[in-house]
Every structure is written in structure tokens, then in C-alpha cells.
Design a protein around this ligand. Structure first.
Ligand code: HEM
Length: 245
């Protein structure tokens, strides 16, 4: 039987990002689904504004956590970096072929960081999260006049004589009608992307969880507990770096 060896793979930055991101996602999805079903839930405008406000505050934590992770990819540990995340680079396609060939032959390669297909999945997830964060921040401005774009949007639609800082959602009498209509037209593609990207993100989040569970089941290792402890236990030499014991 091959000897088991423990390697340090996920630094504290990656682990904190991962679990804060999951908690924020659960909150954003729950409140987002309620916003989506506001009519079925028979919510009045006050309840709707409250839900959006809660969604946006969770959204700020989510967006800051994501921003921090994107920066950490420049300065974190070897498995946290863009080099270990983005698919591509020298020898990437050979690595994919070798990974798939070994998998098909029943000799799955073990990796300290992401395996070559995992790199595609993680990059895609980060892109979907970023899309949701950017569109969400624009909606926070157009719907609630919240930062970072809210003051600028309020300044553009306040009726003559109305102080933009006093604008409140759904108070049409405070808005210049033509400017408000133009703002709603500007907002439309952002809500469309936020809406459809939500389903795409849900789909890939489920795939991500299934992939991690199946990989752990088929290839061994301890992918799931490693995201808590930072350490992976492998039964053979890793196919990627070997300098992070
Ligand atoms: C992965 C993270 C997120 C998910 C899964 C998510 C999900 C959703 C969903 C399902 C809706 C309802 C869409 C609709 O009414 O058509 C929604 C609406 C909204 N989201 Fe998000 N969201 C996320 C991130 C954010 C962020 C970061 C912000 C801002 C900080 C944000 C701000 C908003 C706002 C203001 C609305 C109300 C739009 C409206 O219906 O008028 N979201 N979100």
C-alpha cells in the first residue's frame, strides 16, 4: 500500500474567501429568490425595498470578499495565484491530455492545487461571480441609490429643485420623468444579465459541488476537508508542484 503524505495547499486567504463566499451566496440566493417572487409573495413596496437593502448589504460583503480574492491571486500562496488558477500557459493542453488519459486508464493523477479541468471550472466560477457583483452594484445604484454609483444616478434623475441626496426608491414625484425613463433603459441590460447569470451561476455551483464530491470519491484524497484544514493527504507524488510541504 502506498504511503500517505500530508501537504499544505490552501493558505488561510483562500479558505476564508471560500467559506465567506459560500455564506454570502446562500444569503444572496435566498433573498434574491424572494425579490424574484415579490408578486407571488404579495410584498408591498416597503418590504421590497427592505429585501433589496438586505440583498445589497450582503452583496457588499460578497463583492469585497471577491475583490480581495482577485488581489490575493497576485500575492497569495502558490496554489492561490493566477498561474495555478487560469487554464492555459506552457504545456497546459499536454497536461489536460495526460490527466484525461491517466483518468481513463484508472490511474488518476493527484494534484496539490487544481487539476487541469478544475482550473477551467474555477476560472469560470470567478468570472460568473464577478459578473454578478458588477451588475449587482449597478442595480444597487439604480434601484436604491446606493454606492458606488447611487449618488451619480440620483444626481441624473432628481426633478428640478429636489436634492438628489434625498431621493428614495419608488418616489416617482421626486424624479424627472424623462431622465428616469432613460435611467431605466440604461439599467435594463444589467438586470437582464443579473437575472440570467443567477441561473447560470446556480447551475455551475451545483456542478462544482458534484465535481468535488465525485473527484474525492473516485480519486481519493480529501478535497473537502482540505478547504477547512488547508492540508491535502495524497497517496502518491503530486502531478503539480512539490515544494509546499
Ligand atoms: C452571486 C451573487 C448574487 C446573486 C446570486 C444574486 C441574485 C439576485 C436575484 C435572483 C435577484 C432577483 C432578480 C430580479 O428581480 O429579476 C437579484 C436582484 C438584485 N440584486 Fe442580486 N445577486 C447577487 C449579487 C448582488 C450584489 C453583489 C449586489 C449589489 C451589491 C446585488 C444587488 C441586487 C439588486 C439591487 C437587486 C434588485 C433588482 C431588482 O429586481 O430591481 N446583487 N439578485
Amino acid at each position: 500500500m502506498s504511503e500517505l503524505k500530508s501537504y499544505f495547499v490552501w493558505d488561510a486567504g483562500v479558505r476564508w474567501f471560500h467559506w465567506i463566499n459560500l455564506l454570502c451566496l446562500l444569503g444572496l440566493i435566498a433573498v434574491g429568490v424572494a425579490i424574484l417572487n415579490d408578486e407571488a409573495l404579495d410584498l408591498g413596496s416597503d418590504a421590497k425595498i427592505l429585501l433589496k437593502t438586505v440583498h445589497v448589504w450582503i452583496g457588499y460583503v460578497f463583492a469585497l470578499n471577491l475583490l480581495w480574492r482577485l488581489v490575493w491571486a497576485f500575492s497569495g500562496g502558490p496554489n492561490a495565484r493566477w498561474r495555478a488558477i487560469l487554464p492555459g500557459g506552457r504545456g497546459y493542453m499536454n497536461e489536460v491530455r495526460a490527466y484525461l488519459a491517466d483518468l481513463a486508464a484508472g490511474r488518476p493523477r493527484q494534484y496539490l492545487g487544481h487539476n487541469p479541468l478544475g482550473r477551467i471550472a474555477v476560472s469560470l466560477l470567478l468570472l460568473l461571480l464577478l459578473t454578478q457583483a458588477v451588475t449587482g452594484l449597478v442595480l444597487a445604484g439604480t434601484d436604491l441609490f446606493y454606492p458606488p454609483f447611487g449618488a451619480w444616478i440620483a444626481g441624473g434623475i432628481a426633478a428640478p429643485g429636489v436634492d438628489p441626496a434625498t431621493l428614495v426608491p419608488y418616489a416617482k414625484e421626486m424624479y424627472d420623468q424623462a431622465a428616469y425613463d432613460a435611467m431605466r433603459a440604461f439599467r435594463k441590460p444589467f438586470i437582464t444579465v443579473h437575472y440570467y447569470n443567477f441561473f447560470v451561476l446556480l447551475f455551475f455551483a451545483v456542478i462544482h459541488i458534484l465535481a468535488v464530491v465525485l473527484t474525492e470519491q473516485r480519486e481519493g484524497g480529501n478535497l473537502i476537508s482540505a478547504m477547512f484544514t488547508g492540508r491535502k493527504i495524497l497517496s502518491g507524488p503530486p502531478a503539480d508542484q512539490t515544494n509546499t510541504e
